[in-house]
Design a protein around this ligand. Structure first.
Ligand SMILES: [Zn+2]
Length: 462
């Protein structure tokens, strides 16, 4: 498809949970299972707004005439989640994380954080509004295809978690309500599906680099705005996987080409990466000031922000030390500080730490319970020329199996001893080609000799 000719424009809206307690109370940000301690029922009542008009979205939700059921857990919720008590002071720790991210995205900052109430009518909040506050704006990211503008970075409270959608009612769990979220909105500056994926990936990488965001399914929600020339903007909600973004956009573009008179609407992702209608596009967000939360001066908070090294920069540094990209990425991901190992061949160290345990798990279907001391011991023997490269893996296997390792079994045969042994073998197998001799030696001293050295000696003596 000729996306340029189609006038494709893509914008992203990324929501990511911050690793901290809840935004407006001190409840833990943890999802819980099991039976709730309490269930509370709420109904939505429509009132004509101050403009005197009826709200289309409210009307749409109201037409379903449903009610909400909220599951309350006393260990992870309080009266704030139930909307029976005003918000407490905003969580400054979470706020600092969001400020750090804004800074990494080259944003300007607001002078004062003002918390607003944004209307939500799908029962996902007990108060029927979500609290949100703008902290950064006018930022940018550098990408392979030029700069992408970051329009806004907001701090928000996450919504309650939907657990059941019945005909007459919806059940929400209150554990997720109030978890601090960052909302990052880009300008519609992306013009190809691949570029959208790149930008989403870069934003995800920046977020992870802080070490202060939640990981795993459901901790990130990516909404994608898509429009082509002649078709109004469509918002696609809840894209979970980065790699799904290009296909999803491609399908949406195809759909928009077929439905040139389509409406601006919110759509949801289907499992085959097509989309289906969800609800009308909300008008300009109805925002009201949250009077229960005092404004926060931002400047004093900026001073205390630490410097964050990007995962991509950390990875690059490791590559410069001779470590492969894949291993470098794994080391950073697992927080392993390879520079603590004072050995020459750091790529081999990384293989021992990252690849070998995985291979053992896969090949022997054993759960690797290797400890740091196990790795230290094996690496010391290897770099001290006591055991061969091949033996390292075998020894780790023994350790995973829980066997005691007899190092003398793996003692490297080298130098004069090795040459003497090889000469004996050559004498015994006169006329054997060099590769056959190599096979014999390696078979006899498996795990105890260095193949390269054996070949050298053979060449010298045959
Ligand atoms: Zn609470």
């Amino acid at each position: 498809m000729d996306y340029k000719k189609l006038g494709l424009r893509i914008g992203l809206e990324i929501h990511k949970q911050i690793e901290s307690h809840k935004l407006f109370c001190s409840c833990p940000s943890e999802l819980v299972e099991g039976e709730p301690d309490l269930e509370v029922k709420r109904k939505l009542r429509s009132v004509v707004s101050e403009t005197g008009k009826k709200d289309e979205v409210a009307g749409f939700e109201m037409s379903k005439s449903k009610y909400g059921v909220y599951q309350f857990f006393k260990n992870s919720c309080c009266l704030v989640e139930l909307d029976e008590e005003p918000c407490h002071e905003i969580n400054k720790d979470a706020l600092r994380v969001a400020l750090t991210v804004s800074k990494m995205m080259n944003c300007e900052f607001v002078d004062e954080l003002l918390i607003m109430r944004k209307q939500v009518l799908d029962f996902s909040n007990t108060s029927s509004f979500q609290r949100t506050g703008l902290i950064g704006f006018n930022g940018y990211l550098k990408t392979k295809n030029g700069k992408v503008k970051i329009e806004t970075v907001c701090i928000e409270e996450d919504a309650a978690r939907k657990v059941k959608d019945a005909k007459d009612y919806i059940v929400y769990r209150l554990d997720r309500l109030g978890i601090p979220l960052m909302e990052i909105v880009t300008a519609p500056d992306m013009n190809t599906p691949e570029q959208a994926k790149e930008v989403a990936g870069q934003i995800g990488m920046i977020l992870k680099s802080t070490g202060r965001v939640k990981n795993g399914l459901g901790t990130i929600r990516q909404d994608v705005n898509v429009s082509i020339k002649g078709h109004p903007r469509v918002e696609i909600k809840g894209v979970q996987k980065l790699q799904d973004i290009p296909k999803l956009i491609e399908n949406e573009v195809k759909r928009q080409i077929k439905n040139k008179n389509g409406k601006s609407e919110v759509r949801k992702v289907n499992s085959d990466l097509t989309t289906s209608y969800m609800r009308p596009m909300p008008g300009a967000a109805r925002m009201y000031v949250e009077t229960d939360v005092p404004n926060v001066r931002i400047k004093p908070l900026l001073k205390g922000l630490g410097k964050v090294e990007l995962i991509s920069d950390k990875t690059k540094k490791l590559e410069e030390k001779g470590i492969s990209f894949e291993l470098a990425r794994e080391l950073v991901k697992n927080g392993i500080n390879i520079e603590d190992y004072n050995y020459k061949d750091l790529n081999f160290v990384a293989r021992v730490l990252i690849e070998m345990p995985k291979e053992i798990e896969k090949r022997f279907e054993l759960k690797s319970k290797l400890k740091e001391t196990d790795f230290d011991e094996v690496l010391e023997k290897y770099f001290g020329n006591e055991i061969s490269k091949e033996a390292v893996f075998e020894i780790l296997v023994e350790k995973v199996k829980g066997n005691k390792v007899n190092y003398s079994k793996y003692q490297v045969v080298s130098g004069d001893d090795l040459e003497k042994e090889i000469k004996e073998i050559i004498k015994k197998h006169k006329d054997a080609p060099i590769n056959a001799l190599m096979g014999i030696v390696m078979g006899k001293y498996r795990g105890k000799v260095d193949g390269k050295k054996v070949m050298e000696i053979l060449k010298k003596n045959v």
